[in-house]
Design a protein around this ligand. Structure first.
Ligand code: IVH
Length: 690
């Protein structure tokens, strides 16, 4: 028992490890390659650390290609790869954003160097952590010959053409003749340049320019500009640069400390990280961290933290490297930024599944590196919890980096006439009734079959394999049908003709004909499939079957009260309410009527709930082997439609075993127990008799 439990645990850990690697790889690509991150940095860091922790505890799961072992980010197509002579590493991030973070780093450094309390404090270079992208500048005999991004750390992209347009990057160093001097630093965009750029982009887009976009934040703008294939545009998009480190060096006297290096940069014409300080010990780091935290908002550019480096190069060498980061440096991030702004209105968004989400419309505010004008309020309870009303000054937080949030309201007087927020009683998109489940927090539109916001999901579900099974009516086709308004509600599917379908992209003569045939064939269905296909919330395949069996026909089901619905085995109050609300919505009933008018039909078992039991009621079947024509699902469906049950294993209670080709132990057991065995023909005969 114990061993099987731990085995399951080990398997779960291995599965989680795989999952983390995949997720991290995807987000790293979104961030580094596509310049379009999908999750906050803090969330990425948390996943990364989870993976690190698992690998530390289970060395057997570590692999050389794990994201923890390499620096992610691959080369974008179109830019030439550049192999870094000296790899471009990243730095460890200290997640503890309080003074404790700096103290932990100092303690690690002292321990690695074998220092005791009697020894003097370690000297550090403390710098700001600029939020842009790392660049390697290669100077040969003082001339800029190449600029490259970090890429995966080993190989970056050649961006010489765009970096040359940056005024802050000297094309020629002053008084440097060394054969090779590679300087590393950060290319970034100032906030005012970013605002101006986005304003210009908005004008271009408004003017109908194709292929233009606005940028989410200065960092992405900088990355987007640097990695353009065409340098023409880059020149009009001002970027800045600060130097903070070295790559390959041949014939240049490297200064003995980081502080001296930054000074040397200034002397040869390279702008060095400003606001850096040489500090002593943990106390010095903490004081620096606090000072920059105060100054952060007033800076003309974004920083997402500070970087501490052991100042002395000889000590740096003694400390050395872990697999991907130096032991002599650490980054410490700042907590998410918060700003206050005016809550102008609360709008309602109807999602693809019918969920109504209140969205705060804000006076645009620059917070955490982005201009925020909308923020989700999640649901009505969240609004009450936060106590916000239209007209309030609210605190907006951009947590980590991506999703803006309303933290709460700034206390103060508010006009008495502003009412508390209430969810609308009818859907803003389709006017169907809005409902909320008992105990749930979300409000939903109950016009699932009718509501324009929910069209795509409704159609896809209806056409799904386990519903009406319309092969060929998939994602891409449905997208198009909805976009060109050929299909607004389900019955429109049955009005599709070959000619209409042929107007769609990538829809040939043959596939249009096939789809029309499949649509036609779907009209003959079962009550359970139809019911499942309606996409009623909480009505899965099994519940649909139970309801179909219990009520026998659609009319009876549509008229059922909540109490009557509760009589169905396995139907609880939430399902009953959901079914009741669905059929109570006249617009849904209209759609069902129109589907039947279009020819969608099934056999009903009228009257069975009242009187005659189904012919196979109480009979248990076991299916084994492969039947010549019927699939397992089809056989099961037909048995169940007549009231029979299909069980997974043979026992004394089994009435029939249906055996096809390659039946194994179940057939043996049936013979042992003397249970009747049927082949497909026998089963069909039995079904037809019922
Ligand atoms: S030093 C071996 N100093 O932070 C250490 N990096 O993961 C190399 N960054 O991609 C980095 N400001 O783009 C260093 N003052 C600073 C920095 C800085 C920003 C970025 C850099 C790198 C990342 C570290």
């Amino acid at each position: 028992m114990a061993s099987s439990t731990s085995e399951t645990g080990a398997r779960a850990t291995a599965r989680r490890t795989d999952e983390l690697r995949q997720v991290l790889a995807r987000h790293a690509r979104a961030y580094y390659v596509l310049d379009a991150p999908e999750i906050p940095d803090a969330e990425y860091d948390a996943l990364f650390q989870e993976l690190q922790a698992i690998e530390a505890a289970h060395p057997e799961l570590a692999t050389p290609d794990s994201p923890t072992q390499r620096i992610l980010g691959e080369v974008l197509e179109g830019l030439q790869p550049v192999r870094h002579v000296v790899p471009m590493l990243s730095i460890d991030t200290e997640t503890d954003t309080t003074a404790g973070g700096a103290e932990k780093f100092d303690a690690r450094v002292r321990k690695s160097l074998g220092l005791t309390e009697a020894d003097a404090p370690v000297e550090y270079a403390a710098e700001m952590k600029f939020d842009g992208l790392a660049i390697n500048l290669r100077y040969e005999a003082g001339d800029l010959v190449q600029a490259a991004t970090r890429g995966d750390g080993e190989t970056g992209e050649d961006v010489t053409h765009t970096v040359r347009t940056i005024a802050a990057v000297p094309k020629r160093l002053e008084g440097v003749t060394a054969p090779v001097l590679e300087v590393r630093g950060e290319v970034f965009m100032r906030r005012d340049d970013f605002d101006a750029l986005n304003a210009r982009q908005r004008r271009l887009i408004a003017g109908g320019a194709k292929g233009e976009k606005t940028f989410v934040n200065p960092r992405n703008a900088a990355a987007g500009v640097v990695r353009q294939l065409d340098a023409k545009n880059a020149a009009r998009r001002p970027l800045s640069f600060f130097a903070y480190g070295l790559g390959e060096v041949v014939g240049w006297d490297v200064p003995p400390t980081q502080t001296a290096l930054l000074d040397a940069f200034d002397a040869i014409g390279l702008p060095a990280s400003p606001n850096h300080a040489r500090v002593e010990g943990a106390a010095g780091l903490v004081a620096f961290h606090e000072r920059i935290a105060r100054e952060r908002d007033g800076l003309p550019y974004d920083i997402d933290g500070v970087v501490y480096k052991v100042d002395d190069r000889a000590l740096q060498e003694r400390l050395g490297f872990k697999s991907r980061e130096p032991r002599w440096a650490v980054a410490q991030k700042y907590p998410a930024q918060e700003k206050t702004t005016l809550l102008k209105a609360i709008d309602i968004q109807v999602g693809r599944t019918g969920k109504l989400t209140p969205v705060a419309k804000l006076e645009p505010v620059f917070v955490g590196g982005t201009t925020v004008s909308n923020a989700t309020l999640h649901n009505v309870f969240e609004i009450r919890r936060k106590g916000v009303r239209v007209g309030d000054t609210v605190i907006v937080r951009r947590a980590g980096d991506v999703i803006p949030e309303i933290v709460g309201r700034v206390p103060g007087p508010r006009p008495a006439y502003v009412p508390n927020f209430r969810m609308p009683a009818s859907c803003p998109v389709c006017a169907s009734k809005v409902v909320r489940e008992k105990g749930g927090v979300d409000h939903r539109c109950s016009g699932g079959l009718f509501c324009a916001a929910q069209r795509k999901i409704a159609i896809l579900h209806f056409a799904g394999r386990r519903a009406l099974d319309i092969e060929g009516l998939g994602d891409k086709i449905v997208d198009q049908l909805v976009a060109v308004a050929l299909v607004k509600t389900l019955p429109d599917v049955y009005a599709l003709t070959k000619d209409k379908l042929e107007t769609l992209e990538r829809m040939g003569d043959k596939s249009a004909a096939n789809l029309v045939a499949n649509i036609e064939a779907s009209k003959k269905t079962t009550f359970a499939r139809f019911l499942y296909g309606l996409g009623i919330r909480h009505v899965g395949e099994t519940t649909a079957k139970d309801l179909a069996k219990h009520f026998g026909g659609i009319e009876r089901l549509m008229q059922a009260s909540v109490e009557q619905l509760l009589e169905v085995a396995d139907v609880g109050p939430i399902v009953a309410e959901s079914v009741h609300a669905f059929f109570n919505e006249a617009q849904n009933r209209g759609v069902i009527g129109a589907l039947r008018d279009a020819g969608v039909a099934w056999t009903e078992n009228e009257g069975h709930a009242a009187a005659a039991p189904l012919p196979l009621a109480g009979k248990t079947f076991v299916l084994t082997g492969t039947l010549p024509t019927l699939s397992r699902d089809a056989a099961k469906e037909r048995i169940e439609s007549l009231g029979g049950k299909v069980a997974g294993s043979v026992s004394k209670k089994t009435d029939w075993v249906v055996a096809g080709a390659e039946s194994g132990s179940k057939l043996v057991k049936a013979t042992e127990l003397g249970i009747a065995v049927l082949d497909e023909a026998g089963l069909l005969k039995l079904l037809d008799a019922g």
